[in-house]
Design a protein around this ligand. Structure first.
Ligand SMILES: [Zn+2]
Length: 377
């Protein structure tokens, strides 16, 4: 699932860059992720009048909202999300089956937490708490690099994206990115152990929520040799499809740091700027080169192997790309992020659900990792 953010420190005003929804019983939480400092944050609750839907509205001053598309929610009593820009103000509107109180507070720098609570009900305790959400958004501290003792084997961390209440992108027939990621990650893990004889550590083995910082920390603490993050892709419309693989980009774009906020990514911790995160990783040029090599190897191999099986016309190569993803920036070993195909495209979604397709992707990834490891012997 893609969310990209151009982070330009000197821009006046801010931009709404992503909206995340967690819905429960009579209670939903929205995260409004933004740059800059919104002014004059206001909320409004509009009851259903003359057949119109009830609405919860949040207004953010000095914030633009060009990058966010309207969405159908149809979840937990919520109907649609629309985002409009009026004058210098972003208006986030959620239409709902019945009126709710609307509350908005700053959760952490760059994130506003909105609660929509059905009248006469309390908060749903099964929804993530503010503290859990903060943990989910925050980054990893850059402790001094650990000295790893040489091992007689390679250790690969396989990271299935999302999980638990973070179900990632959802396809048109209800396919959850978190489920596809886990199935594919299991296949990759099994293949790595069986074919390459490497040790594998999975960041999650079931449908559990694991914060991003913990995923990176698991790999860092274990002194892993490689970090493979497995995801399925999504776009606002059904048109986008294909396979892509990411490694981290350290290239400075004309002096302006570009931070890609993808998946549920926020590269910002209390008092720790994106710069600090970047510096942490920029120190390791060799790691970045190796990551890039592996991303290319995996992308080319997956596309060509799947093309042989399914026909080149139904496998689309979106290429090996670079971006600053949280898990890639925060891990201290070569790391790639694989986007298996788009759950938001009906044909891709069918493929992603196919055990045969998943296995073909997993086999190609394992083969590529094997070649990549061999080159380093
Ligand atoms: Zn994802």
């Amino acid at each position: 699932m893609i969310t990209l953010l151009a982070w330009i420190g000197l821009v006046m005003g801010g931009e709404l860059t992503d909206v995340r929804l967690f819905s429960g019983a009579g209670h939903a939480r929205l995260l409004l992720i933004h740059t800059g400092e919104p002014t004059n944050i206001r909320t409004r609750s509009v009851p259903s009048i003359a057949g119109s839907d009830a609405r919860g509205i949040v207004l953010l001053g000095d914030v633009s909202a060009d990058g966010i598309d309207n969405r159908t929610l149809n979840e937990g009593g919520l109907l649609n999300l629309s985002i409009t820009a009026v004058n210098n103000e972003a208006q986030v509107t959620v239409t709902m089956e019945s009126a709710r109180t609307v509350r908005a507070v700053t959760l952490s720098p760059g994130v506003i937490l909105v609660d929509l609570i059905e009248e006469g009900r309390g908060e749903d305790p099964t929804l993530p708490s503010a503290e859990q959400l903060r943990g989910w958004l925050e980054g990893v501290s850059f402790a001094p690099q650990q000295v790893t003792t040489p091992r007689g084997y390679k250790l690969v961390v396989v990271d299935a994206g999302h999980g638990g209440w973070d179900h990632g992108a959802v396809g048109t027939t209800g396919t959850r990115e978190a489920d596809i990621a886990l199935q594919l990650a299991h296949r990759v893990a099994i293949g790595l152990e069986a074919e390459l004889g490497v040790e594998v550590l999975m960041t999650r083995e079931d449908d559990t929520f694991i914060p991003l910082r913990e995923r990176a920390a698991i790999a860092n603490q274990a002194g892993a040799d490689l970090f493979l993050s497995i995801h399925a892709n999504a776009a606002p419309g059904p048109a986008a499809w294909g396979i892509e693989t990411y490694s981290m980009d350290t290239a400075s774009d004309g002096g302006a740091a570009r931070v890609a906020r993808r998946e549920n990514v926020l590269a910002r911790e209390n008092g720790e700027s994106e710069d600090a995160l970047l510096i942490g990783k920029l120190l390791s040029d060799g790691t970045n080169r190796l990551s890039r090599e592996l991303a290319i190897e995996i992308q080319d191999n997956v596309v060509s192997r799947l093309g042989e099986v399914y026909g080149a016309a139904v496998i689309r190569d979106l290429g090996a790309k670079t971006a600053l993803f949280y898990v890639l920036v925060s891990t201290r070993m070569p790391a790639i992020l694989f986007e298996a195909s788009f759950v938001s495209n009906p044909e891709d979604e069918k493929k992603l659900r196919s055990p045969h397709f998943q296995q073909a992707e997993a086999d190609a990834i394992v083969e590529s990792v094997g070649r990549w490891l061999e080159r380093q012997e």
